[in-house]
Design a protein around this ligand. Structure first.
Ligand SMILES: NC(=O)c1ccc[n+]([C@@H]2O[C@H](COP(=O)([O-])OP(=O)(O)OC[C@H]3O[C@@H](n4cnc5c(N)ncnc54)[C@H](OP(=O)(O)O)[C@@H]3O)[C@@H](O)[C@H]2O)c1
Length: 327
């Protein structure tokens, strides 16, 4: 994409920063954020945006709930990407659960409301959702045609997030939901894995049989471009590589490409205890996420990184060795 105006709500996080790098050099970007003083990055684990990446990027304040001056930015924009969501990497206490849900639903509704106020609304609105909407699948892969969604907390969040998006009436704006699989890049979820490797703990987690659906962040950006170019695409798409792997394979490949010869496994009881200690949920590592990007493949999209080993190899070129080795 070139010379387009792209709005990214929640664009200061892991994916947003990668999207700034990918789209920022040749397009005008507006990042909607709650914290203007964090204009470069709000993450201390990831800080690699260059002046060139940010040359055509502006940060505009909003609260993710109410209309305000920011609404004007949507006027005449080409593409709106919504990445807002309070992190799910926490204990699922009633307070955290409420924030996880409200942040997603409120921001989606606020953006829908803003679009309805535009004389020239964005042509395309892509809203994030999560591939965790599908059930714990150990028997067969799930795709956009699967109907047996369960009703646990994560699924309910995704359903309400998507329902809010679907309910927004935007006659002049094409809408796409991207159900994101675990997204790999320099930062994000790989940081805790690198820490495990460093301390010899890079073995399988639990039984290691749970499936791991993933995508390289560059493919996520290319998928967005692909959807922009293919005006017939709308509705729900899984954003995941066509080759998910079991957790033990994921860890084995990660050890291989990082040159970590061994990694102790983490048994389920250890994970439960560890998750309790660090204030997160064991579901994040033990759920079997077995998802395929059927509709993307039907659309003709070709992945740059269909295979995990190539994805890891490409990412590691950007990561200093000290991040995944003690010495
Ligand atoms: N990364 C993955 O592997 C993955 C997988 C599946 C789905 N997803 C979904 O994809 C989206 C982007 O993921 P990410 O990894 O880039 O997330 P992230 O790093 O946590 O960034 C999310 C952004 O949302 C904004 N935000 C957080 N809480 C908010 C609130 N209460 N109100 C308004 N804004 C809030 C923050 O921006 P400010 O602080 O600047 O306002 C933050 O930078 C999220 O919705 C996530 O659930 C991610």
């Amino acid at each position: 994409m070139k010379n387009k105006k792209i709005i990214i709500a929640g664009g200061t996080g892991f994916m947003g920063q990668e999207m700034i790098k990918y789209f920022g050099k040749e397009n005008e970007l507006v990042i909607l954020t709650r914290q203007l003083h964090h204009t470069k990055t709000n993450r201390n684990d990831y800080n690699s945006l260059s002046a060139e990446d940010l040359r055509q990027t502006r940060f505009v304040k909003w609260d993710g709930i109410n209309a305000g001056e920011w609404v004007k930015e949507l006027e005449g924009a080409d593409l709106l990407i919504n990445l807002v969501g309070r992190t799910v990497n926490c204990r699922y206490t009633p307070k955290n659960k409420k924030e996880i849900l409200d942040s997603r639903v409120n921001a989606t509704a606020a953006l829908g409301n803003a679009i309805s106020q535009c004389a020239h609304p964005p042509s395309l609105w892509i809203n994030a959702s999560s591939a965790t909407i599908y059930r714990n699948a150990e028997d067969k892969p799930q795709d956009e045609y699967s109907l047996d969604l369960l009703d646990d907390f994560s699924t309910q969040v995704c359903k309400q997030w998507e329902k809010t998006f679907t309910e927004q009436s935007t006659p002049g704006t094409r809408k796409v939901v991207l159900r994101m699989a675990i997204t790999l890049g320099h930062g994000g979820v790989l940081i805790p894995y690198f820490n495990l490797l460093k301390f010899g703990l890079g073995g399988k987690q639990g039984s290691g049989k749970q499936m791991y659906s993933w995508i390289h962040i560059e493919d996520t950006c290319r998928v967005i471009e692909w959807i922009w170019e293919h005006k017939e695409m709308s509705g729900v798409y899984n954003c995941s590589s066509p080759y998910p792997v079991p957790n033990k394979e994921f860890m084995k490949l990660l050890r291989e490409v990082t040159g970590n010869k061994f990694g102790l496994p983490a048994f389920e009881w250890m994970l439960k205890f560890g998750a309790f200690l660090i204030g997160t949920e064991v579901e994040l590592v033990l759920k079997s996420r077995w998802v395929l990007p059927t509709k993307l493949l039907e659309s003709g999209y070709q992945f740059t990184y269909p295979e995990l080993k190539n994805a890891f190899t490409a990412i590691l070129k950007q990561v200093p060795r000290k991040q995944y080795h003690l010495f």
